[in-house]
Write a protein that binds this ligand. Structure first.
Ligand code: ATP
Ligand code: MG
Length: 551
């Protein structure tokens, strides 16, 4: 199972070697989100990596919620994460798993370490604990509670668990080495008191395990062979190994770290994204400007584009910042292949074709996609009154044909999928604004060349003025004006882009878009990629989100 087409990253190499040497029989990975927010594009990299490794090596990947901190966790996040991972196209082994399912087991392993003389109840408060811990340049000193009797620690841990001890007054700590150059090894906290209900275990527990005491053991319970996490956990690896070496675990997992994905012009931190939501800078976690998976989905980005992008990224041992343009490349690439073509006029200008029979309407057929026969053709009603975009018309007859390939008074243009037309006369309102064009069509030019002497300047999009649907378009720009919004002084909030959402009202879309459904992407020809917004659309008014402009 080690035939890999792409260049192998270092984790693939480790796995290949482990399989070849018989150190593992089959590969088990996991994706371990904390349910304290929605997943973002950074998580997508981790998801694609972990699930991808399992697929590649014929193993399995677990979805495990790291719900060890009830303060910030919620079932809403659990459900959103499940939906997002599924949408990305991945499936986990069995049911989703939860750290909280292992609380009883973790507790008994804590008792084990106490009995072995490798853990103790400490009564230093947070501030004292900081003092005793030392710094990067100064070693720590032993807690006065370090040599507490085993029986006493066991009894106190039980008291902590049942809620008989005040928060902040006691912790369970591993007895490792206060002189260690690695601060993580200076008697780290295993359990802290939190008299708080948990979204799954309710009031059962008044103590909760630390990440470090939980993570490796959870991996071992699940038989995870390769526990892949981001670089900030590299310094925790010795501690991960200390626990896995000092406990009677059912298996011995190993941790490997890779660089986080950071994208410019955005933030990828759940805490910061939550702040954007809580302070109403955006329309929820799934605001189409958010780098969350749900935001990308609502914006119309396809899951294939997210996967392709993530797979294109190096799995490196350093953090990097990826240019947003790189992501956009994959978004356009996929939409170009998959999005159905349609026409929508953003700034409608009416043209009355004076030589077209009044009251008559024909249905013209247009391709659903220029090179995909599998997508259904569209029916475009065509009649005497149509809309084109204001920007596609000019009265300036001196504009060169090369520069302005659109409609100019007295000249010809082709309506996409329909006839060649000419602009004959401009009608203005009392403020001298152009409100309508009177024009004419050239008969028998649908799908046919016009007669000799008629040279259309170009091809423009249009819709029927009497048989189209009304819609509003939400155009999005970057959420931040700075490439690195969270670097430097001040808050990242200071760099929010006030122009990040522009709403274009009263657009006219081709009739078929009245049947648009959420989750279907469209290319509005000459304008960009769009999708229906499920939240803002109503029976009266459709709302489309611009996923991305055309290049
Ligand atoms: P955040 O800082 O946004 O809260 P986190 O690391 O705290 O992220 P978790 O829910 O703990 O979020 O992450 C689940 C998994 O996703 C972890 O293995 C983590 O390493 C990985 N992950 C999180 N952010 C990124 C990122 N930007 N790039 C790659 N992997 C990431
Ligand atoms: Mg985290």
């Amino acid at each position: 199972m080690t035939d890999i087409e792409k260049p192998t990253n270092f984790i693939q190499q480790v796995i290949s070697a482990d399989l070849d040497a018989g150190r593992v029989d089959s590969v088990v990975t996991r994706f371990p989100p904390e349910p304290n927010g929605y997943l973002h594009i950074g998580h997508a990299k981790s998801i694609c990596l972990n699930f991808g490794l399992a697929q590649q090596f014929g193993g399995v990947c677990n979805l495990r919620f790291d719900d060890t901190n009830p303060e910030k966790e919620d079932d809403e996040y659990v459900q959103a994460i499940i939906e997002d991972v599924r949408w990305l196209g991945f499936d986990w082994a069995g049911e989703p798993k939860f750290a909280s399912d292992y609380f009883a087991q973790l507790y008994s392993w804590a008792q084990h370490l106490i009995r072995e003389g490798k853990a103790y109840i400490c009564e230093l408060n947070a501030e004292q604990m900081r003092e005793y811990r030392g710094t990067l340049t100064e070693v720590g000193k032993n807690s006065p509670y370090r040599e507490r009797l085993v029986e006493e620690s066991l009894e106190l841990l039980e008291q902590m668990k049942i809620g008989a001890v005040d928060e902040g007054t006691m912790t369970l700590r591993a007895k490792i080495d206060m002189q260690s150059p690695n601060i993580n090894m200076r008697d780290p906290v295993m359990y802290r008191i939190k008299k708080m209900a948990h979204h799954r275990t309710g009031d059962t527990w008044n103590i909760y395990p630390s990440y470090d005491f939980a993570h490796g053991q959870e991996d071992a319970i699940e038989g995870v062979t390769h526990s892949v996490c981001t670089l900030e956990f590299a310094a925790n690896r010795p501690l991960y190994e200390w626990f896995t070496n000092n406990l009677p675990l059912p298996s011995t997992p190993h941790q490997y770290e890779f660089g986080r994905l950071n994208l410019n012009y955005t933030v990828t931190s759940k805490r910061k994204l939550k702040q954007l939501v809580d302070e109403n800078h955006v329309d929820g976690w799934d605001d189409p400007r958010m780098p969350t998976i749900s935001g990308l989905r609502r914006r119309g980005v396809t899951s294939a584009a997210v996967r392709e992008f993530c797979d294109s990224l190096a799995v490196a041992k350093t953090d990097g910042i990826v240019d947003l343009a790189q992501f956009e490349h994959f978004i356009r690439d996929d939409l170009n292949e998959t999005a159905r073509r349609a026409m929508c006029v953003l700034n409608p200008l009416k043209i009355t074709l004076s030589n077209y029979e009044e009251g008559k309407e024909e249905l013209l057929s247009a391709a659903g996609h220029p090179n995909r026969d599998d997508l259904p053709a569209r029916q475009l009603p065509f009649g005497r009154e149509i809309y084109i975009d204001h920007s596609d018309f000019s009265e300036d007859t001196s504009l060169s044909r090369k520069k302005f390939k659109r409609l100019v008074i007295g000249d010809y243009v082709r309506l996409r999928g329909a006839s060649v037309i000419r602009a004959d006369q401009v009608i203005r309102d009392s403020h001298d604004q152009i409100i309508e064009i009177v024009g004419s069509y050239v008969p028998d030019t649908v799908g046919e060349n016009p007669p000799e002497g008629i040279r259309p300047r170009g091809v423009i999009h249009w819709v029927s003025a009497t048989n189209s649907v009304d819609c509003d378009l939400y155009l999005y720009e970057n959420l931040f004006t700075e490439a690195a919004p969270d670097a430097g002084e001040g808050s990242f909030i200071d760099h929010l882009n006030p122009q990040s959402l522009k709403i274009v009202k009263n657009c006219k879309a081709e009739l078929g878009l009245g049947d648009a459904v959420v989750g279907q992407q469209y290319q509005f020809e000459r304008e960009g990629y769009y999708c229906l917004d499920g939240k803002h659309s109503s029976a009266e008014k459709l709302v489309f989100n611009r996923t991305i402009n055309l290049r």
